[in-house]
Design a protein around this ligand. Structure first.
Ligand code: NAP
Length: 281
C-alpha cells in the first residue's frame, strides 16, 4: 500500500462522471511499483465548473491531471501552452503543471496507435479507416492516424455538423488526407465496405447498446474492428466482429497506452512495462 507523505506529489483526473475511471488504479500502481512519492485521485467536475476547477488545480499545485468525458475539447481554452499532439487534435487528455504553467497534450491518439501496433502489428501508412463518433476521443484518434500517414478516414456521427467541423479542422492541418462524412445511421445498403480499420469512438456499447445499422458482414475480411469502449462484458460491436471472423479488440490496450504516455510526460520515466495493462485485468 502506498504511503502519502507531506511531500507527496498529487495527480488527478477530472471528468463528469469520473467514477468509472481506471486511471487512479493504473497510475497509483505505477507509482507504487517505482517507489515514487505520489498519489493520483479522481475529481468529478460538472461542465459549468471546469474553468474554476482548472484554476484550482494550479492553485493547489496538482502536478498533472488527466481530462476525460466531456471536458477534452473545452479544457483547451483554459491552458497556457499546447503541445503539438493537442494542437493537431484540438483536444487534451493530459495536462502537466510546471510552476503554475499548464501544458496540454493528447496521448489518446498515440495510445491507440501503440495498441494497434502491439495487438495487430497495424501500421496506418496508406490505409483507410472508418470512425464512428466525432467527440474528444475521435479527435485524438484522427489526428494520430493522420500524423502516421493514413490515406482516408470516413467519419460517421449522429450529429453531422460535428463530423463536418472535425473534418474541416483536421484537413486544415493535414491537407493530403482524404476525409468523408457519412450519414447516420449509415451502411444501410448491401454494398461491400472496403476499410482496413473500423474504430468505435462513441460511447455506444458501454451499456450494451448497438451501433445502429452497422452490418459487419459487409466489411472486408481483413478489417480490424477496434472498440474504444472498455466494458467488462463484450460490446455488441465486438460480438458481431467475432461472428464475422474479423480481428477485434476492446479499448483496454489504448487505455493502458495513453496512461503509459501520460506517466512519462509527468515523471520523465516509463512506468514498469506491461503493468498498467496487467492491473486492468
Ligand atoms: P465525447 O466527446 O462526449 O463524444 C461522444 C461521442 O459519442 C460523440 O460522437 C457522440 O455523438 C457519440 N454518442 C454519444 N451517445 C450516442 C448515442 N446514443 N448515439 C449515437 N452516438 C452517440 O466522449 P469521448 O471523450 O469522445 O469518449 C467517447 C468514448 O470513448 C467513451 O466510451 C470513452 O470511455 C471512450 N474512450 C476510451 C479511451 C480508451 O483509452 N480506450 C480513451 C478515450 C475515450 P454526438 O456528436 O452526436 O453527440
Amino acid at each position: 500500500m502506498q504511503k502519502i507523505s507531506g511531500k507527496s506529489d498529487v495527480y488527478a483526473i477530472i471528468g463528469y462522471p469520473v467514477k468509472h475511471s481506471f486511471s487512479p488504479l493504473m497510475h497509483n500502481s505505477a507509482f507504487e511499483a517505482l517507489n515514487i512519492d505520489a498519489v493520483y485521485v479522481p475529481f468529478e467536475i460538472a461542465p459549468e465548473d471546469l474553468e474554476k476547477a482548472v484554476i484550482g488545480m494550479k492553485l493547489i499545485g496538482i502536478k498533472g491531471f488527466n481530462v476525460t468525458i466531456p471536458h477534452k475539447e473545452e479544457v483547451v481554452k483554459y491552458l497556457d501552452i499546447l503541445d503539438e499532439t493537442a494542437i493537431n487534435a484540438g483536444a487534451v487528455n493530459v495536462v502537466k503543471n510546471e510552476n503554475g504553467k499548464l501544458t496540454g497534450f493528447n496521448s489518446d491518439g498515440a495510445g491507440l496507435l501503440r495498441s494497434l501496433k502491439l495487438q495487430f502489428g497495424f501500421d496506418p501508412k496508406g490505409k483507410s479507416c472508418i470512425i464512428a463518433g466525432a467527440g474528444g476521443a475521435a479527435r485524438g484518434a484522427v489526428a494520430a492516424l493522420a500524423s502516421a500517414g493514413i490515406s482516408k478516414i470516413t467519419i460517421l456521427n449522429r450529429t453531422r455538423s460535428k463530423s463536418e467541423k472535425l473534418i474541416e479542422f483536421i484537413q486544415s492541418k493535414f491537407s493530403e488526407l482524404e476525409m468523408v462524412s457519412e450519414d447516420y445511421p449509415f451502411l444501410d445498403s448491401c454494398k461491400k465496405i472496403e476499410a482496413d480499420l473500423f474504430i468505435n469512438t462513441t460511447s455506444l456499447g458501454m451499456h450494451g447498446e448497438e451501433i445502429p445499422n452497422l452490418n459487419l458482414s459487409l466489411f472486408d475480411k481483413n478489417c480490424i474492428v477496434y472498440d474504444m469502449v472498455y466494458s467488462k462484458n463484450k460490446t455488441p460491436l465486438l460480438i458481431s466482429a467475432e461472428k464475422n471472423l474479423l480481428r477485434n479488440a476492446n479499448g483496454l490496450g489504448m487505455l493502458a497506452g495513453q496512461g503509459e504516455i501520460a506517466f512519462k510526460i509527468w515523471r520523465k520515466v516509463e512506468p514498469t512495462e506491461g503493468l498498467m495493462l496487467k492491473v486492468l485485468g
